[in-house]
Design a protein. Structure first.
Ligand SMILES: *Cc1c(COP(=O)(O)O)cnc(C)c1O
Length: 394
């Protein structure tokens, strides 16, 4: 144990303001995960039924399932473990499409790629898809979703909170109208679970995708809530062994699952207080940023996640700005598309023109952000934007 890892002092690295991309694991979560790795811990295969190693691991998995379920007021038996929200979204869309034998899907044009690319795949398989556009405020009008539903619609999938602009959709209204039409409703809640109240009963949700690493749990683990009453028909997408009630095979990753359970337990304990603290930090950051000439907030100022800002800096190229801000970690658009120089498809879907979209940055604060972090970021943004605007004029 002599090779102690000395953490790099946080100050030596950029200030982290990219909590929508991922979050660090909460130390309390890491401790729980550690209990499930070594010989003297819960390393057993939860599917082993012939000895205590298996039984003990299974017990830890079931405890975690209760914590995840509680976060969304669900029956624990309706939680299916996956490798993350990407897999949950794939299982929801392809699983329901396959069980329905094809037909029509309703989704939106600014979903995460995990939903959009899956919808494109289903189109390739001969299914029809309607992509409802959000309003210019980044919020989807439930009436537009209702109008898109047809008699052969097998699923409606609308994200709860958008990962790029942080805007929030009225999923309860969409859930109610889907219930009335008898169409299952899926929501990608990777950005909202643990940050906003979610209730599968009150909100009439049939399928919900969640990811651990967006809420201070480990990467590589997520869950799909699959309603049992009335049952949602879903075809498994990963075959082999029949784990998770035949919906998702594979040896359960006890340490990851326990980490996700603890992350959800902590989120549920602290949702309100934490959201308030984070919203205050975001407000403090915005009060710095809005003084910079030519800045504009993308998306609704009210219907938004507590930690997220998406800001256009008029006349400044976002990529150049990112490059110059090497002491702050943030992103232009969503991290998943930052390999391409295309303007963000999310901002495009909101009818924001390409020039403004190309000058936009996403800034997100989270659990470990301090007031001095946001003051530093505000100051640096003002300096760098000022310099770039000045050089653009000269
Ligand atoms: C991060 C994210 C995903 C992907 O989740 P992974 O667990 O990384 O696969 C899907 N949807 C949204 C809205 C996200 O923010």
């Amino acid at each position: 144990m002599s090779e102690a890892v000395v953490p790099t002092a946080a100050r030596e690295r950029a200030v982290y303001l990219d909590y929508s991309a991922t979050t660090p694991v909460d130390p309390r979560v890491a401790l729980k995960m550690n209990e499930c790795l070594l010989m003297d811990g819960e390393f057993g295969n939860p599917a082993s039924t012939t000895h205590a190693y298996g039984w003990d691991a299974a017990e830890r998995v079931e405890e975690a399932r209760v914590h995840v379920a509680a976060l969304i007021n669900a029956d624990p038996r309706a939680i299916v473990w996956t490798s993350g929200a990407t897999e949950s979204d794939n299982l929801a869309l392809k699983g329901v499409a396959e069980a329905a034998g094809g037909g029509h899907l309703v989704t939106t044009s600014y979903e995460h790629k995990a939903v959009l690319d899956t919808a494109k795949y289903l189109e390739g398989e001969g299914m029809q898809v309607t992509y409802v556009a959000p309003g210019p405020d980044g919020v989807v009008d439930p009436a537009h979703v209702g109008r898109a539903v047809r008699d052969d619609t097998f699923l409606v999938s609308v994200m709860h909170a958008n990962n790029e602009v942080g805007t929030i959709n009225d999923i309860a209204a969409i859930g109610r109208l889907c219930r009335k039409r008898g169409v299952p409703f899926h929501t990608d809640a990777a950005q909202s679970a643990g940050k906003l109240p979610l209730d599968v009963e009150r909100d009439c949700l049939d399928l919900v995708s969640i990811s651990a690493h967006k809420i201070y749990g480990p990467k590589g683990i997520g869950a799909l809530y699959v309603r049992r009453e009335p049952p949602v028909r879903i075809a498994e997408q990963i075959h082999g062994g029949g784990h998770e009630r035949g919906m998702r095979s594979g040896t359960l990753a006890t340490h990851q699952i326990v980490g996700m359970g603890e992350a959800c337990r902590l989120a549920r304990l602290g949702t309100e207080a934490e959201s308030r603290r984070i919203a205050e930090l975001r407000g403090r950051l915005w009060s710095h940023i809005k003084q910079i000439p030519g800045t504009r907030l993308n998306g609704s100022p009210t219907e938004r996640l507590p930690g997220t800002l998406n800001v256009a800096f008029d006349g400044v190229d976002g990529e150049t700005l990112l490059m110059a801000l090497d002491d702050i970690a943030l992103s232009s658009g969503s991290a998943c598309t930052s390999a391409t120089v295309e303007p963000s498809y999310v901002l495009r879907a909101m009818n924001i023109d390409d020039a403004l979209a190309a000058s936009s940055l996403r800034i997100t604060v989270g659990r470990f952000t301090t007031p001095s972090d946001v003051d530093f970021a505000g100051r640096r943004l003002a300096e760098v934007v000022g310099t770039l605007q000045h050089s653009a004029l000269s």
